[in-house]
Write a new protein. Structure first.
Length: 79
């Protein structure tokens, strides 16, 4: 029997969402110092929620640097 598409693995549920829950919006407002305790939780202002990138180029560049360092140390030990 196959698994329905809506019943995905745990990791698939942690993806970027465009709509935040009220609690998430309040948390974001607290980070931006736009929320004070006692404020009305209804009618919250809009909150910019941007998807963060993984930074693949930076990781690749760092990996290349590590490989270059490893090869230079290997050359030094061989000499």
């Amino acid at each position: 029997m196959s698994l329905d598409k809506s019943l995905k693995s745990k990791g698939a549920l942690a993806r970027h969402r465009n709509v935040l829950t009220r609690a998430e919006r309040i948390e974001k407002l607290k980070e931006e110092d736009r929320w004070k305790e006692g404020d009305d939780p209804l009618g919250l202002p809009k909150v910019a929620h941007r998807k963060s990138s993984a930074g693949g180029k930076e990781k690749k560049a760092a990996k290349k640097e590590e490989e270059a360092e490893a090869t230079t140390t290997e050359e030094k030990t061989e000499s």
